[in-house]
Design a protein around this ligand. Structure first.
Ligand code: FA5
Length: 344
């Protein structure tokens, strides 16, 4: 019968053989359990045997067994550290494997479209101005010729912050801010966010983008307005696009007009079209000659100068340009939709 000392020798050899084959942390853990496992580990069982030895052998065998245990624990710790620092071999096995694809973000379609609009106007000699999104009643309404309680204020369902401050309902207040500082000639566009108390539907949003245009100089006429807008709309939608000017009303322009383009979703063919309601046309902007009272409010002489202004909805126009039947898609943050505009 082999003694405990002999068994220690055999297990030492076994441990050396098995340890030389260990490559991964999982295999090291299995080896640890095999030797040091609390119930059936080889060492645990050897310590069980130690209990039954006669007293005269116990001392020496116990010493040898404790030394063996320490040796195994030390070797196991070294082996486990080696496994942790070792790189998984399969990653370096095949250097020709394709890398992991990274998704790079891209500008939002409305941003892309706004830049396109800016590019066209800048090419015509316009410069770009900005103004605050939180406005006073004076700039949003009064200076634009809407006296207090004027019924025309109802067309802009306004979100008020308090008695004096509101979220601007259009980009037109920036006309006033610019004309207070600069004197003619003025040729500017003003892009930015606007806010209205609106229920969203396929062509309406409570927060959307507008671009305002303003030209003031001597001898400016409605013909300049018409020519500029026609050039701009054709540059955006192509030469074949149909557009029409309709008489309209804005307190800050006289005469005023609204511009419609043909419905790009149904081309007037669907009497139940959710975008144009079957009319075949959709309004994209309001415009007109600057009202003399507005000039007076900013100390520009209406006898000497004339001008025109327009305000267009960027989201509304982007819908048509990209042929999207739902304005709300722009703000649902669905990557399947947004990725279609990624030009990379
Ligand atoms: C205005 O906001 C005037 N300030 C435009 C103007 C400027 C007239 C300068 C004269 C001179 P209106 O409320 O019609 O007008 O809005 C202009 C454009 O914004 C509309 O033609 C449409 O394209 C867009 N728009 C209006 N309401 C919404 C909405 N709820 N959601 C998305 N786009 C809208």
């Amino acid at each position: 019968m082999s003694t405990l000392q002999d068994k220690i020798k055999e297990y030492r050899q076994l441990f050396t053989d098995l340890a030389s084959k260990v490559k991964e942390a999982k295999e090291a853990e299995e080896l640890r359990q095999l030797f040091l496992g609390r119930k059936k580990g080889h060492l645990t069982l050897l310590f069980e045997e130690l209990k039954n030895l006669p007293l005269e052998e116990k001392k020496a065998a116990g010493k040898a067994l404790n030394e063996f245990k320490e040796e195994i624990q030390k070797l196991m710790t070294e082996l486990e550290q080696k496994c942790q620092t070792r790189k998984p071999e399969r990653l370096i096995d095949d250097l020709t494997q394709p890398g992991r694809k990274l998704y790079w973000g891209s500008p939002h379609p409305i941003t892309l479209f706004q830049r396109e609009i800016e590019r066209i106007f800048i090419s015509m000699g316009f410069s770009v101005e900005e103004g605050p999104e939180i406005e006073t009643d004076y700039y949003n309404f009064e200076a634009l010729n809407f006296p207090p309680h004027h019924p025309a204020r109802d067309s802009w369902d306004t979100l008020y912050i308090n008695d004096k401050l509101l979220l601007r309902t259009h980009t037109s207040p920036v006309q006033i801010r610019v004309m207070e500082k600069k004197k003619p000639p003025i040729r500017i566009i003003i892009p930015g966010k606007v806010f209205r108390r609106e229920t969203p539907d396929p062509t309406h949003l409570p927060m959307f983008y507008q671009v305002e245009g303003l030209v003031v100089d001597k001898g400016i006429t409605f013909a300049h307005l018409k020519g500029t807008l026609e050039y701009f709309i054709k540059a955006l939608f192509g030469e074949k696009i149909k557009l029409r000017f309709r008489p309209s009303f804005f307190p800050f322009t006289e005469p005023s007009a609204e511009v419609d383009i043909e419905c790009i979703v149904c081309h007037g063919q669907d009497p139940h079209c959710r975008v144009c309601g079957g009319s075949g046309w959709k309004e994209i902007l309001g415009a007109g000659m600057v009202d003399p009272q507005v000039f007076k409010n900013v100390n520009i002489d209406p006898e000497k100068y004339s001008g025109w202004a327009f305000g267009l909805g960027i989201d509304r126009m982007a819908m048509f340009a990209f042929q999207i039947p739902e304005i709300r898609y722009f703000y649902e943050n669905d990557l399947r939709f947004l990725r279609q505009f990624n030009r990379k």
